[in-house]
Design a protein around this ligand. Structure first.
Ligand SMILES: Cc1cc2nc3c(=O)[nH]c(=O)nc-3n(C[C@H](O)[C@H](O)[C@H](O)COP(=O)(O)OP(=O)(O)OC[C@H]3O[C@@H](n4cnc5c(N)ncnc54)[C@H](O)[C@@H]3O)c2cc1C
Length: 453
């Protein structure tokens, strides 16, 4: 058997694509067993699991078309990868390097177990545009501030694309190995959103082509809530059905969008350096017991938190966002900023409660991006202005000037015309009485709010 012909195991994790997948390109130099292991210890919201099942089904189909298959199992990824490698006489296991505490522990365990089994483990880039450890500032082990990171990120040479293999071959005997259907391996899935994007690389490809038509408008419309003209690539990027490097190098993508990809990489390198990001304040504040910025008030009670989650706070721009989140498992960035900041800065809620709800609902829920952004909002993260002021009504009039977004998501207010939909408490008393919508006391919105973002 030549060196190239020694079989390899490709352990897919969240790089569920054929295109520009360095781990796949390397493993496919010989016979390859593509493997995905559902780890029941890894929690995930129902919307995300639904999307993942579709990603796996699509990936399996694409692998079959090229002469291979996807072996799906349920269990411990390390145990499954090692035992299958032994069964097929593999010499190596390939996988994409990832950054969370869970992923790095998995990588370490795999390296140890492979060592005992005389197998080689190859870690490849592919999850982010620039791998987390590739950019290190002159002082410190990672970048804490975005702008210098962006400068360095723009200057460094990005890796070359990895072509999708035209043909693949399975190692002898691989076709007979016991496997599970993706949906069965994931267990019962009860998606809660009414509409969800279709998962998988084929759907990502279609979304990429479709967005190409609007990409030029992105800089002007990225915050226009009613226009809904952001890429919606996030879930595809989270599961790796779309290559971040490919999008960021596409000439059709404007610089404003490429910059967002840098935010994604930025949060990933923060998580790599600070794995406690999902639960511990990244930059603690000295003046509160738990380091969280609540403006000195008591934390939100359970009812307030429930109203925020349900979208019945009485502030239309916030409620519209929270209803969209429930209906689609998605929110545009501007609506995430508005709803999250309202919880943390006005309702004095704990960012961890807000982030946990997002984590449960979002199809794109992502440890680095979700918790990194929540900490940014809470003033415990990487914002250089942690006391940034925020006026939700000003946000509403800037980013939903005609009230269209609010009317789309709040049927109770669908009949209220124009921008007055943002302040239903100002409507004439008889109109107000006819609305089945909670009336907020506008005094709680403190008019002396400092400048908003
Ligand atoms: C409180 C809060 C929570 C968030 N939680 C998540 C999350 O769980 N998962 C997630 O992918 N994004 C999260 N974001 C970032 C951002 O809101 C989403 O990535 C974006 O809204 C997804 O929509 P899009 O793909 O249409 O984005 P576009 O505007 O089209 O941007 C393209 C891509 O750039 C990346 N991106 C854009 N904005 C950011 C950002 N602020 N930080 C990091 N990456 C960014 C995403 O990968 C996105 O898909 C969060 C932001 C906030 C304020």
């Amino acid at each position: 058997m030549t060196r190239e012909a020694t079989p390899a195991v490709l352990l897919f994790t969240r790089d569920l694509r054929l295109d520009d997948n360095p781990a796949l390109a390397a493993a496919a130099r010989g016979p390859v067993l593509p493997l995905f292991v559902v780890d029941p210890r890894l929690p995930a919201g129902e919307n995300r699991r639904h999307f993942l099942a579709e990603c796996l089904t699509d990936l399996r189909e694409s692998l079959r078309q090229r002469g291979a298959d996807l072996l799906v199992r349920r269990g411990d990824p390390v145990h499954e990868a090692i035992s299958l490698a032994k069964q097929i006489g593999a010499g190596a296991i390939h996988l994409a390097e990832d950054v969370s505490g869970y992923a790095t522990r998995r990588q370490r365990r795999l390296l140890t177990a492979a060592d005992s089994a005389r197998l080689t483990v190859h870690l490849h880039p592919g999850i982010t545009v620039v791998p987390a450890g590739d950019l290190v500032p002159a002082s410190g082990d990672h970048y804490r501030v975005f702008t210098p990171y962006f400068r360095a990120w723009r200057q460094i040479r990005w890796r070359d694309p990895a072509a999708a293999p035209a043909a693949l071959s399975l190692p002898p005997g691989a076709a007979d190995l016991p496997r599970q259907e993706p949906a069965a391996a994931l267990g019962r899935i009860r998606a809660t959103a009414r509409t969800l994007p279709t998962g998988g690389e084929s759907a990502a490809e279609a979304a990429f082509r479709q967005f190409g038509r609007y990409a030029a408008e992105y800089p002007e419309r990225q915050d226009d809530l009613a226009a809904d003209r952001t890429s919606r690539f996030s879930a595809y990027l989270h599961f790796g059905a779309l290559s971040a490097r490919r999008v960021a190098t596409s000439p059709a993508m404007p610089e404003a969008l490429v910059r967002q990809f840098c935010w994604r990489d930025f949060h990933h390198q923060v998580l790599a350096a600070f794995p406690a990001l999902p639960w511990e304040p990244y930059r603690r504040r000295a003046d509160t017991p738990d380091g969280v910025d609540r403006g000195g008030a008591a934390p939100a009670d359970a009812d307030t938190l429930a109203q925020w989650r349900e979208g019945s706070t009485g502030l239309p721009i916030v409620d519209a966002g929270m209803r969209q989140l429930q209906a689609e498992g998605f929110l545009p960035n501007r609506a995430r900023l508005i709803t999250a900041t309202y919880l943390v800065k006005r309702l004095r809620g704990d960012w961890r409660d807000g982030a946990a709800w997002y984590d449960d609902q979002l199809v794109d829920a992502d440890l680095a991006n979700n918790y990194g952004n929540w900490q940014w909002v809470a003033g415990t993260g990487n914002d250089t202005r942690p006391h940034r002021g925020f006026n939700p009504l000003r946000q509403a009039s800037r980013f939903d000037p005609a009230g269209e977004y609010v009317r789309r998501w709040l049927p109770e207010l669908a009949e209220v015309t124009g921008p007055q939909v943002h302040e239903p408490w100002r409507l004439p008393e008889p109109v107000r009485r006819g609305l089945r919508y909670p009336m907020l006391d506008p005094a709680t919105l403190d008019p002396a709010t400092p400048r908003s973002r």
